[in-house]
Design a protein around this ligand. Sequence first.
Ligand code: EPU
Length: 343
Amino acid sequence: MCIFAPMKTNVNLKDYNSFGFHAVAKHFAEINEIQELESLIRSDVFKHEKYLILSGGNNVLFRDDFFDGVVVHINTKGIETLEEQKNNVVVRAQAGEDWPEFVRFCVEKGWHGVENLAHIPGKVGAAPVQNIGAYGMELKDKFLRCEAMDLTTGETKVFTKEECRFGYRESVFKNELKGQYIITSVDFLLKKDAPLNLEYGNIKAYLEQNGIERPTLQQLHDAICAIRDAKLPDVKQIGCAGSFFKNPVIEKSQFEDLQKDYPNIPHYDEPDGRVKVPAGWLIEQSGWKGWRNEHVGVYEKQALVLVHFGGGKGEDIVYLAKCIQVSVEEKFGIKICPEVNFV
Ligand code: EPU
């Protein structure tokens, strides 16, 4: 049976992108049931117009104020336990579930595995696309498989972890299969008991300051939320898309040269011998942290985050990002690339 999602026209996307830019979609379909997506893919309008799959809108930048096509907003809900053994739980979340709420749900159940990814704004379906990561954990670590719909045929395919070809903020859905599939649900393999990962950055310092010696799963979750809140803007107040750039990975020899001039340069060794350098540090050293004009700027507490104070356009952020890239490259000889998707 065909179930059609109601199609609206000329919809303002301001509330559907975390930068809060004004952009109008010619057509807009909200998908609440997976069958609606199937019917939409097989419909004439979908075959003839260009389309944009919009999940939480936390990682997109609208350059133009009009999208001449169909915007598909995924809002399917549901979390179910597929398998439960002594220590293992396989849990399935539908693509439109809110990611932070999904993490909270798992933590409340006492299931370990996604707690360090707490409070990352977005939806479950978008999380594998860029293999979200934070505080020493990446989505791929607990990912089991996902289901995705082919945008030309409406057929469903299961992708294993290997088929997703995950990398740092990368997956097959951002590269070889870009625009070809839409993730409809994700399965995670979680543990009922597992050691907590407290190693990254300031987690331990935060727990110590708050007199927590042996944190519970819930306390670690709450600590990560508090650490993120202290560093990142509240998108309800200030528009942004989290980290705007990826952290660049450079050759060891280039890193050693830089270290001579900047002995305190923060860095992480990569398994392949190269070195990852925080883009936030490079941007701060290039003098941009806290810079702003009337509409856009560089967040004062985390230089990796570009912000929209209101009244601006996507192009203002594009221009600012270009200026930052040029000055980082001039100063350090390092190219930094956006993590955010430009539309
Ligand atoms: N740093 C600066 N100045 C800044 C920002 C950072 O010197 O303005 C330095 C910090 O002092 C630290 C290092 O850079 O030594 C790393 O900073 P931080 O721990 O804040 O992490 P990040 O590399 O800036 C990454 C992720 C974040 C994630 C955090 C925490 C990327 C692109 N970003 O940021 O992810 O929350 O680690 O794990 O990998 C996101 O993707 O939207 C996001 C927020």
